[in-house]
Write a protein that binds this ligand. Sequence first.
Ligand SMILES: NC(=O)c1ccc[n+]([C@@H]2O[C@H](COP(=O)([O-])OP(=O)(O)OC[C@H]3O[C@@H](n4cnc5c(N)ncnc54)[C@H](O)[C@@H]3O)[C@@H](O)[C@H]2O)c1
Length: 430
Amino acid sequence: MADDLKKAIRSRQARVGIIGLGYVGMPLALAAAEAGFPVVGLDTSRELLARLRKGMHESVDLDQRSLRKFIRDKAIRVTHQPEVIRDCDIVCICVPTPLTANQEPVLDYVKEASRVVASALGRRSRRQVLVILESTSFPGTTHDVVLPILERGGANLCREFHLVFSPERIDPGNKKWTLTNTPKLVGGERKCCTALGASFYRQFVQEVITLSSPAAAEMAKMLENVFRAVNIALANELWMMCDRMGLDVWEVIEAASTKPFGFMPFYPGPGLGGHCIPVDPFYLAYKAREFDFLSEFIELAGKINMNMPYFVLEMIARSLDKVHKSVRGSKVLVLGVSYKNDVGDTRNSPAIKIIQLLRTRGARVIYHDPHVPELPIEGGVMRSVALTAQLLAKVDLVLIHTAHTGVDYRMIEDCEALVVDTRNVLKRRG
Ligand SMILES: NC(=O)c1ccc[n+]([C@@H]2O[C@H](COP(=O)([O-])OP(=O)(O)OC[C@H]3O[C@@H](n4cnc5c(N)ncnc54)[C@H](O)[C@@H]3O)[C@@H](O)[C@H]2O)c1
C-alpha cells in the first residue's frame, strides 16, 4: 500500500488536503497545485473562505492571479467541511500555535485538526495516508500529541498512515528565499514516513533535508527562531546601552559588520512581532521546564524584547521633554504598524503595545501604514491616515515604527515635528 502512495506522489496524482489556509497553508496549497497535485483546503473561517473564493488572501507572497486561476479551475477547492479530508492521500496540518495570556502553548488547534484526520483515517480502506504537521511547536508535539490522536481510532502507523513533521520556514515578503528554494526539513516517525514526506516535498521544493525524527525537526525549527530572538535581544540591549552612553548603535553595528568572519549583524527595533519569533521561544522554554531545565538565556531574551515598547515610550517622552512638551496632550503619528516592513501583518506587532502605552499616558495617537488600512485595538478600530505635509504640520512627534519602502521619508525629514526613528531609516537614507 505504501508503494501505491509512493506512486501517487511521484505521478502527482495524490490528493493533497491542507488544514488551515493562513499564511503557511495557502502558499503550500498553491505550490502543491502548481506542481500538479489536486488540492483541497479546509479552514474554519468562513470569512477567509469567502475572500479566497474571490482569489484574495492576506499573504503578500501569494501570486494572486495564479491563486484566482487555480480556485476558478477547481484545481484548489476550499471548504469548511472536514469530510473532504477523507478523500485525501496527503494531509498537511497548518493551523495556529499561539500562546495563552500567561505565555503557555495552545495546542488546541493542532489537536482539533488531528481529530479531523483521525476521523478520516477511520473511514478509509484504500491507500495509506501521509500526515504532515507543519505548525511550529516544541519537540515532542508530533509524537506525543498528534500520533496518539491518530492512533485512537484504531489506525496504525506505517500500516494505515505515515506521520512526519516538516516545519514551515517562510519569511513573509522575502522575494529571494521562497517556499520552493528554501531547503525543507523532514523528520518522520519511522524511516518509511520520512521517505514518503521527502518524496512529496521534492515534487516542488528544490532541496529536502531528512532528519532522524520529528522531534529533531521540531527542535531545529525552535533553534532557528530562538537564534533570531536571542540575537535581536542582544542588539536591543546594546541599543539601550548605547543610548545611555550617547553612542549610535547602528554605527556600531555597521562597523562590527565589516569583520569578514565570526560576526553576523542583527538590528534593534521597537520589539518583536509576528506569529513566530515572539512566540516560539516560549514554546521551547515551556517544554524544557518539563525536564527540570530552566532556559534562562531564552527567557532573558524574551524579557528584553518584551521591554522594548517601554523603552520606545521613554524615548518619546524624552524627545518631547526637550521641547518642553509632555506625552499627555501631544499628537503622535505612528508610521507603520505592521510587525515588519512591506507586509500588512499586525499579529503581535509592538506598535499595538506602543499605541496603548501612549494612550494610557494621555497622548492622541494616529497612524499611517500603506499595508494596514484598519487596526483593531482596545475594542475599537483605528484607520490609517494619509501622509501629507498638512498632517505633519499638526503633529508633535512622528514615531517611525516600521520601515516600509515607498513611504515619503523626505517629507518626514523636512517636517517640523520631532522624530523617533526606531529603524534608523532616516540615517540610512544618508
Ligand atoms: N506566518 C508565518 O510566517 C509562519 C512561518 C513559519 C511557521 N509558522 C507556523 O505555522 C502555523 C500556522 O501559522 P499561520 O501564520 O499560517 O496562521 P494563520 O492564523 O494565518 O492561519 C491558520 C488558519 O488555520 C485555520 N484553522 C484553525 N483551526 C482550524 C481547524 N481545526 N480546521 C481548519 N482550519 C483551522 C484558521 O482559521 C486560520 O485561517 C503556526 O504554527 C505558525 O507558528 C508561521
